[in-house]
Design a protein around this ligand. Structure first.
Ligand code: DQA
Length: 147
């Protein structure tokens, strides 16, 4: 199994960016932690970050035939991007949406996700653990699907 991990806009600044909200871990820390989990779960992992909506759409398209599932933190595009939602629907790969912060206890504009209706599930509020839990859930889902 191969999983594509996508990080959306501004997540390249993790560690420096609003650490009170997003934690002190950098994106490299998160990717490293996920790589370790991937080894124990015996899955392949490819990670990619972009600040550009179209680049994320392209990455989702390219996942078809290469990866079996997508773990995505769409960042602010969660709340704005019909294009990313449509890309996920188009490739029809099982996708888990994750957020470091609990978006539901923040500003109301963060309460709506365009991505959630095309995701198999969403995890929000556990910092780095959101990604780890998301990966575990996604792999379990894919293994059950293929059993
Ligand atoms: C975020 C939450 C979004 O509302 C915000 O725009 C982000 C990060 C999170 O991981 O908590 O950039 O996706």
């Amino acid at each position: 199994l191969s999983i594509l991990v996508l990080h959306g806009p501004n997540l390249n600044l993790l560690g420096k960016r609003e650490p009170g909200v997003y934690g002190i871990e950098t994106l490299a820390d998160i990717n490293q932690s996920l790589e370790g989990d991937a080894r124990s779960l015996q899955v392949q992992l490819v990670t990619y970050q972009s600040n550009h909506e179209g680049a994320l759409v392209d990455a989702i398209h390219a996942a078809l035939g290469t990866h079996q599932g997508i773990l995505i933190n769409p960042g602010a595009y969660t709340h704005t991007s019909v294009a990313i939602r449509d890309a996920i629907a188009a490739v029809d790969l099982p996708t888990v949406e994750v957020h470091l912060s609990n978006v539901y206890r923040r500003e109301s504009f963060r309460h709506h996700s365009y991505i959630a209706p095309v995701a198999i599930g969403q995890i929000s509020g556990f910092g780095l653990e959101s990604y780890r839990l998301g990966l575990r859930g996604l792999v379990q889902y894919l293994r059950q699907q293929n059993a």
